[in-house]
Design a protein. Structure first.
Lengths: 205, 94
């Protein structure tokens, strides 16, 4: 059970709940996986769609932002505020997943690597180099369109480049639900701040 | 347990992706993406569903970036977010 808390290099099926994990040990056929993956999808939806989750995320985000801003003020360096907020938001979002999904673990792992590399002033090896999808590229890859798009999807979901199709589905489902929650929470925060700070000189439509 | 895991990954980690898996993925993703939910037709191709999923995720990323921008404007006036944090906590009523 401890294994599933740590990122593994082989493509294992991740579970969203301990009950699923226990059931999985008894079941060995992959045919049952479809039933379970739909269960995981339901879990994902329940996990990210409630108002309470959103509120908890919003307040955690504010706290994290406060701490980050405090730290950067003490350190004396000014980082781009928007970037700081985006990174903090992603980090808090991934932390909310409590290590149960691959994408959340990848997000947290990347941040650790990124902060270490920044100190060494080295270029991030994990940075994605944008590559134009030219016709020559497509011919070279020789993959059918669907498989190519699966790859792209795997690149968009953090930590899911070499993950099996059913895994990718589960991860993408959870990731999308989490992103939607992140957007809703940040929107409500922005509205709160807009309403609570009329002294701001910015006019918002 | 580990042997069972590795045997399963060997079996499903092969380069050939079965059509069943893809159609399963496609039907499930279809329900998630608002664009495709609206159309509700069974004739949406796998490629289209995957394309829309990727677009949707990219859109969500962009929205988060925009929101980060907006929030940074609100929070730029203070060095310390304590006042804002207090306001938000009281308004969230949590």
């Amino acid at each position: 059970m401890v294994d599933s808390l740590f990122p593994s290099t082989e493509a294992t099926v991740d579970d969203a709940s301990p009950e699923s994990r226990r059931k999985r040990r008894r079941i060995s056929e992959t045919a049952k996986e479809t039933a379970e993956s739909s269960e995981i999808n339901q879990e994902s939806l329940k996990r990210w769609r409630t108002n309470r989750v959103q509120q908890i995320y919003a307040s955690k985000l504010v706290e994290a932002l406060r701490r980050v801003r405090q730290r950067s003020n003490d350190g004396g360096k000014i980082t781009s505020a928007a970037r700081e907020i985006r990174d903090t938001a992603d980090r808090v979002l991934a932390a909310s997943a409590r290590g149960t999904t691959r994408w959340s673990r990848a997000v947290l792992a990347t941040r650790v690597r990124a902060s270490l590399k920044k100190h060494k002033k080295a270029k991030l090896t994990g940075a994605r180099k944008p590559r134009k999808d030219t016709a020559a590229e497509r011919k070279r890859s020789k993959l059918p369109a669907v498989e190519r798009k699966l790859k792209i999807l795997g690149r968009l979901v953090p930590g899911c480049r070499k993950v099996t199709v059913p895994n990718l589905l589960d991860e993408a489902t959870d990731y999308i639900a989490a992103l939607e929650m992140q957007v809703r929470a940040m929107e409500s925060l922005a509205e709160l701040l807009a309403a609570a700070a009329p002294r701001s000189t910015l006019t918002r439509p | 347990m580990s042997s069972r895991r590795s045997s399963r990954s060997r079996q499903s980690g092969s380069s050939r992706i079965s059509d069943d898996q893809i159609s399963d993925l496609v039907t499930k993703l279809q329900h998630l993406i608002p664009e495709l939910r609206r159309r509700r037709s069974d004739k949406v191709s796998a490629s289209k569903v995957l394309q829309e999923t990727c677009n949707y995720i990219r859109n969500l990323h962009r929205e988060v970036d925009d929101l980060s921008d907006r929030l940074s404007e609100f929070l730029a006036s203070t060095d310390d977010y304590s006042a804002e944090a207090a306001i938000i906590r009281s308004l969230l009523d949590y």
